[in-house]
Design a protein around this ligand. Structure first.
Ligand code: ADP
Length: 715
């Protein structure tokens, strides 16, 4: 029978075998040398010595080959080790008493190394039996029972006492571990609870800042905001530290461009450096062109922490952040991430301590009152998880250099797979793009937060419908109102936000994009939310900059339609392709793709063209097919003939994919996938969507056709 021991257990037994070999060899050499010198070496003694060495060698060889050990071999060696002591006692007469400590040595060794009481008992039992056998077999010890009796007593008492101490020691360790886990959990809970009121404070301060009647009030609210930011950073550190202690820190790598990540870091640090009059430089090796698989959130967090510290502890000079390519293979880069500063530096003694949690260097304490001393501990753990080691070199008074090397796998040339629900990286209020005029459904069971968030959104010109419960949000959504965006609190009291989103998405062909709001920044929640199909997660307290970024990253169907129509009118035919590409110069709206027809597909069709008129003919036919299918779907939906609607949608999807009409193809796909009940209940909405998307697609085809006609005429 095999016991499935862990690797460490096997290793412990390997070292036991090694120690046995060393001890037996030393014992035999000493014994034989003394015996030869004083001339008392006998044949039985030589036989025991040789056989014992052979035994130790054989067990060592067996154990060295494998980190696992069969239970049989384990118990056999535990018994045989006691038997060898017996052998030595038997052949050494009165000197045998000198070998008795070996009984305990082997018993305690087995007990401690394996941590198994069963093994300890077997070894102790064997030692006891062999010790009792000695006076039976040896006439000398039979006549010296008092001396040997004390040896037997030691065989019983010493391992028992050692076992008892070990048990108490283990219990103390377990208690300490439990206490530490409980502390981490408490810390996580407390920081979670702090986030919600902090959200209220931040929102109120944001509002005050906007509505401030005087410059002084605006300044004061800015101070509240700044202090809230610091408080939030500290709470985040505590939360991460508790995750780290509980061993729950994990990475979620995805495909990212390092340049984009560097921009996030720059956005967060540059203003702080400039405010102190420092030169801040961020550079990236131009050979780092491919995207890489990395947890961008953690990598940027580490760099922001290192660069933030560099700015904090530098009064004059510069701070630089560099990404240097050390080597490259077909599949990976080896990159050095380094942060240099010309600041106060760190003494050699402090360099050894600053990576421990809650530790600040003496000079550092004098220079900066803020900070928890957690940043480097968290960064070091994050870098370790990414496969590197965070290092520091520093000269007090001259500056510091923090760096780490990472092997990062190159991502395929596919577009970035940013996790669908990655928390948004922080950005300054000023840098956040401002979209306006969206219809937003906001659901949060905390009335104060709801009120403040609504006010903030309305300040930006959005129209906001609110709900304090999941059921309420669903009721609003079922009225058929169109929303451009849903902002759903994760914890809505009656149900969680993910359920609301699931129910809503099930009953809707073209659901509005959704963001979750949550005060729960734990990894479990983050994972759960990232699997719901939401666009992202906004962690409370929600900053207006993050909110704005989230909103402007989503262009609503209504706005897209209006934008494309406006552009179609305003843009001369020759540049209509740009309108299709989604180049949007609107003042407030970010450049967002409004690709009714994918230009790359059109280019491909052009290059495939066997005749001059190939593309024109193809698009004209597609136009007719799209109109026919759209009518067929509309009629089928009206007459509640789900089968016919799906068939026609299938045909529509096919023709759309041929010419790169991706958006209309998606509408077709949604109808194809709808079950009878959905097609019936959502009939009106689906028809409306279809009508809008088809009209825009046909208009886009017309523009391409006009363009083609003009090109043909110019030849
Ligand atoms: P915090 O900055 O919150 O105190 P960190 O763990 O990030 O915590 O840093 C621990 C300590 O290491 C700092 O308090 C400071 O004493 C020292 N330190 C970190 N970075 C630098 C730097 N670039 N220059 C000088 N001292 C530094």
């Amino acid at each position: 029978m095999k016991t499935s021991f862990t690797f460490d257990f096997g290793k412990a037994l390997q070292s036991q075998a090694q120690l046995r070999l060393w001890m037996v060899t030393a014992l035999v050499l000493t014994f034989c040398t003394l015996g030869a010198l004083y001339g008392w070496l006998s044949a039985p003694q030589i036989a025991v010595a040789v056989l014992h060495v052979v035994y130790a060698l054989v067990v060592y060889r067996i154990q060295r080959k494998t980190t696992q050990m069969s239970e049989g071999l384990l118990f056999t060696t535990a018994i045989l080790d006691a038997a060898w002591v017996f052998g030595w006692v038997m052949v050494t007469g009165p000197f045998g008493i000198l070998f008795t400590p070996l009984f305990n040595f082997s018993t305690i060794g087995y007990g401690m190394r394996t941590g198994s009481r069963k093994v300890l008992r077997v070894s102790q039992g064997a030692s006891f039996l062999f010790a009792c056998l000695v006076p039976v077999m040896s006439p000398y010890w039979a006549s010296h029972m008092i001396g040997w009796g004390s040896a037997i007593l030691a065989v019983v008492i010493v391992p028992w006492y050692a076992g008892e101490l070990t048990r108490q020691f283990k219990a103390a360790i377990e208690f300490a571990e439990q206490e530490s886990r409980a502390k981490s959990e408490l810390l996580a809970r407390v920081s979670h609870e702090l986030r919600t009121p902090l959200g209220g404070i931040t929102h109120a301060a944001e509002l005050l800042r906007v509505e401030a009647p005087s410059v002084r009030s605006a300044d004061l609210s800015k101070t509240i905001l700044n202090l809230s930011e610091h408080l939030l950073a500290d709470i985040n550190d505590l939360l991460d530290q508790s995750k780290l202690t509980a061993g729950k820190m994990a990475l979620s790598p995805a495909s990212h461009a390092l340049e984009g990540m560097l921009e996030i870091v720059r956005a967060s640090i540059e203003a702080r450096a400039q405010a102190k009059g420092l030169l801040f430089q961020a550079s990236i090796d131009p050979r780092l062109a491919s995207q890489v698989l990395v947890d961008e959130r953690w990598l940027s967090r580490v760099l922001i922490n290192l660069a933030g510290n560099a700015v904090k502890f530098t009064e004059v000079g510069s701070v630089s952040l560099n990404l240097i390519l050390l080597s490259e293979t077909q599949t990976e880069y080896v990159i050095r991430f380094g942060v240099h500063d010309t600041g106060i530096g760190i003494s050699a003694t402090d360099q050894a301590k600053i990576f421990s949690p809650f530790v600040q260097a003496e000079d550092g304490k004098r220079h900066a009152s803020e900070g928890t001393g957690l940043g480097l501990a968290i960064s070091q753990e994050a870098v370790r998880l990414m496969g590197g080691a965070l290092r520091v070199a520093s000269t007090p008074g001259s500056g510091s250099h923090f760096w780490f090397d990472l092997h990062l796998e190159k991502a395929s040339s596919a577009p970035a797979l940013t996790p669908s629900a990655a928390p948004l990286a922080p950005q300054s209020i000023e840098s956040a793009p401002v979209a306006t005029g969206r219809r937003i459904l906001l659901a949060d069971d905390n009335a104060t937060n709801l009120f403040l968030l609504k006010e903030l959104l309305q300040q930006d010109g959005h129209s906001v419908v609110t709900s304090t419960s999941g059921a309420g949000a669903l009721a609003t959504l079922s009225h058929g109102d169109r929303f451009d965006l849903l902002l759903l609190d994760y914890n809505l009291g009656d149900m969680d936000g993910t359920q609301v989103l699931q129910i809503y998405r099930m009953g809707c062909a073209q659901p509005a994009p959704a963001f979750f709001l949550t005060a729960d920044a734990t990894l479990v929640t983050e994972r759960k939310l990232s699997e719901t199909g939401a666009r992202g997660v906004l962690t409370k307290p929600i900053r207006i900059a993050d909110l704005r970024r989230a909103i402007s990253s989503e262009t609503p169907p209504a706005a897209r339609q209006a934008e494309s129509e406006a552009q179609a009118r305003a843009t001369p035919p020759s540049s209509s392709r740009h309108a299709e590409d989604g180049v949007n110069t609107g003042k407030h709206l970010r450049a967002v793709s409004v690709m009714y027809i994918d230009p790359t597909v059109i280019q491909k069709l052009q290059s495939l063209g066997r005749s001059k008129n190939f593309l024109v003919e193809m698009l004209s036919r597609a136009k007719a097919d799209i109109s026919r299918s759209t009518e067929a779907i509309t009629a089928a939906l009206q007459h509640q003939d789900a089968g016919a609607a799906r068939d026609a949608a299938h045909a529509l999807k096919g023709v759309c994919l041929e010419i790169g009409a991706l958006r209309l193809a998606n509408v077709g796909l949604a109808i194809m996938r709808g079950d009878d009940a959905q097609l019936e209940s959502q009939s009106a909405r689906m028809r409306a969507d279809l009508r809008t998307e088809a009209a825009n697609t046909l208009a886009a085809i017309d523009r391409i056709l006009t363009e083609q006609t003009q090109i043909a005429a110019s030849f």
